[in-house]
Design a protein around this ligand. Structure first.
Ligand SMILES: [Zn+2]
Length: 399
């Protein structure tokens, strides 16, 4: 499948040299935001926090030049920063110079440092209050959208508390009982008993969530049809497919999911907090696969474009775009034949890109970008720690 995609990409890339934009340009066009829903009209603060998992400054640099030169438009996140603020955040964990997604997710969700692997708790096992719990206490609606399993480290830090990120079956139980009104992503095997899922205790957490008033969605059609005011959508057994392998008729895009999430959350007159994770940029970077990393990056950036359209109708909305850490440290650099040319950029869409070098197949300690716009944007400028991103979101929500 992967090899077929590569061949398709190579053919399309060559064909498109004469008629840019390339296949990635088509993704971008496919993901153009639809007209977003209108908010109910509120003076309460709302926040959409975008987390690109593994989205360090290097992948942003690569995607920006590709977007400008090959697709003829700048990134949505760059346009957002240019009308708002830009900065950096440090990401180190309590016990390590390089963080994993559990420790960094805990910092973003709770404002506290913890050890790698720990979800929403101190290294000693004390539960930290997370920002969803705080926002719900103040009457706001909260939700999560991710392309990973919703039980995976980053979304889990906003929905659950666990001494280990590997406790995904227990995390699923906490998610099914959480106060969030929208939870969209992958991971149904953690919610369903054998036959469809992998729960050894035989529980069907989706049936339990339905009893608590949730609509349940398993594919694009279910998502479109849902008209409930609470929604649990699980669109893959574990993680959702990479954007380049996604089947439009079966699996919703990040834009589809954020559109539905805003439909539900915007109905709350007290405001809302929506966390949107582009979760698989990181996975592609672990494999040093620039093609899938860029494919998922553009899907993430398209979701930011949708949020920016929505923001035009809600002056109380602050949008924050950041990462939990960098992964792989990819950079455009020289090959045997010298520095690459602008024409060489097309190779980014294929599997044979020679001019991107990687420092590792793991996370790095590099600072990551923070872009923000809206009334709370000033909370995010300059160089801050990941725990301060949490504090900024609390302030922007008016809590
Ligand atoms: Zn990772």
């Amino acid at each position: 499948m992967k090899r077929q995609l590569c061949v398709l990409f190579l053919i399309l890339s060559i064909a498109c040299l004469a008629c840019a934009p390339s296949r990635l340009g088509e993704y971008r066009a496919d993901l153009e935001p639809a007209a977003p829903v209108s908010p109910v009209g509120t003076s309460a603060g709302s926040v959409i926090l975008f987390i690109g998992d593994g989205m360090g400054p290097q992948i942003v640099s690569i995607a920006k030049i590709y977007s400008e030169r090959s697709l003829g438009a700048d990134l949505n996140m760059v346009n957002l920063a240019n009308t708002g603020t830009a900065g950096y955040q440090t990401t180190h964990a309590a016990n390590r110079l390089v963080t994993d997604s559990a420790a960094s997710g805990t910092a973003l969700a709770t404002g506290e440092k913890t050890n790698n692997g720990v979800v929403g708790m101190s290294p000693g096992g004390r539960e930290f209050q997370n920002i969803f719990e705080l926002a719900v206490r103040h009457g706001k609606a909260v939700g999560v959208v991710s392309t990973t399993a919703v039980t995976h480290a980053t979304p889990a830090c906003f929905l659950a508390h666990a001494p280990s990120r590997d406790m995904q079956y227990e995390i699923a139980e906490q998610i099914a009982e959480s106060e969030a009104t929208v939870i969209l992503g992958g991971g149904y095997k953690y919610f369903l008993p054998p036959e469809r899922g992998r729960r050894r205790d035989g529980r069907d957490l989706t049936a339990e969530a339905r009893q608590r008033g949730f609509d349940i969605a398993f594919d694009s059609k279910d998502l479109r049809r849902s008209s409930g005011d609470k929604l649990l959508g699980l669109f893959a057994a574990d993680h959702m497919p990479y954007e380049q392998a996604r089947r439009e008729d079966e699996v919703p895009s990040l834009v589809d999911m954020i559109g539905k999430a805003l439909e539900i959350l915007a109905a709350d007159p007290d405001g809302f907090l929506l966390v949107v994770e582009g979760g698989r940029i990181d996975h592609a970077e672990h494999g040093n696969d620039i093609s899938d990393a860029i494919g998922d990056f553009f899907a993430f950036d398209a979701a930011i474009g949708h949020a920016m359209e929505y923001q035009k109708q809600d002056s109380t909305l602050t949008i924050v775009v950041t990462a939990d850490h960098d992964t792989g440290g990819p950079a455009i650099t020289a090959t045997e034949s010298g520095y690459p040319s602008y024409e060489d950029l097309e190779a980014l869409a294929g599997q044979d890109c020679k001019f991107v070098g990687w420092v590792s197949g793991d996370h790095t300690g590099t600072m990551v970008p923070v872009f923000a716009s809206g009334p709370g944007a000033g909370e995010f400028s300059g160089v801050r720690d990941n725990t301060e991103i949490h504090d900024g979101v609390v302030t922007a929500l008016g809590l």
